[in-house]
Design a protein around this ligand. Structure first.
Ligand code: 5GP
Length: 210
């Protein structure tokens, strides 16, 4: 099949916790070899089971400060007293090589990324179908006390208020249907003319034969 080279894209998926984003991200990464996860740096301590270099690059505050001051981070944020940031170089290399990068960052990170990389960015917001469903998912997920669930519901309301800043909004009622919608978005976005840097040459060669 004819391969027309293209620039990669940056896919951001944001959602309140409990809307199914992690499952949808895993599904996409397993099924699609053209996209890889951006691994953030963070100053927080690893949780049990987390792998350095896979879940995060765990670094010290001093290292974080150095990366930020050298402009080596595409965006960064402070969340619950810890610093998080996206290393710039792997993203730039992926874009050049025509590979896509998936980001699990919140609306603040998405806004910063949009400022730095607007033309490369595709933003998807994932919503739960109902408030009851979200509450049930949060209760099911954690052995949280009811006050923690209430706190998370309030945080979810805040996160959800940012839905108009995204290019696509998916209501995750059925994981397979939501996954298929994400696949469709990715297929269409990869075909956008401005990403397909090989088109000019392709059409030049094509028209030579006409
Ligand atoms: P956690 O500590 O639970 O892994 O992540 C806490 C929060 O930090 C999540 O909302 C997550 O989306 C956000 N986060 C993780 N990495 C980054 C990053 O590189 N940049 C930004 N802006 N947020 C991040």
């Amino acid at each position: 099949m004819t391969e027309i080279s293209r620039r990669g894209l940056l896919l951001v998926m944001s959602s309140p916790s409990g809307a199914g984003k992690t499952t949808l991200s895993r599904r996409l990464l397993a099924a699609d070899a053209g996209i890889t996860m951006s691994v953030s740096v963070t100053t927080r301590q690893p949780r049990p089971g987390e792998v350095n270099g896979k879940d995060y690059h765990f670094i010290t505050h001093e290292e974080f400060g150095r990366l930020r001051d050298r402009d080596d981070l595409l965006e960064y944020a402070e969340v619950f007293g810890n610093f998080y940031g996206t290393p710039k170089r792997p993203v730039m290399e992926a874009l050049q090589a025509g590979r896509d990068v998936l980001f699990d960052i919140d609306w603040q990170g998405t806004q910063q990324l949009a400022q730095a990389m607007e033309g490369d960015l595709v933003r998807i917001f994932i919503l739960p179908p109902t408030a009851e469903e979200l509450r049930e998912r949060l209760i099911r997920r954690a052995q949280d006390s009811s006050s923690t669930v209430a706190k998370r519901m309030a945080k979810a309301a805040d996160e959800i208020s940012h839905w108009p800043e995204y290019d696509y909004v998916i209501v995750n009622e059925d994981i397979n249907a939501a996954g298929a919608q994400i696949d469709a978005i990715l297929t269409a976005e990869r075909l956008k003319r401005h990403r397909r840097v090989g088109l000019t040459q392709f059409v030049r060669d094509l028209t030579k034969g006409l």
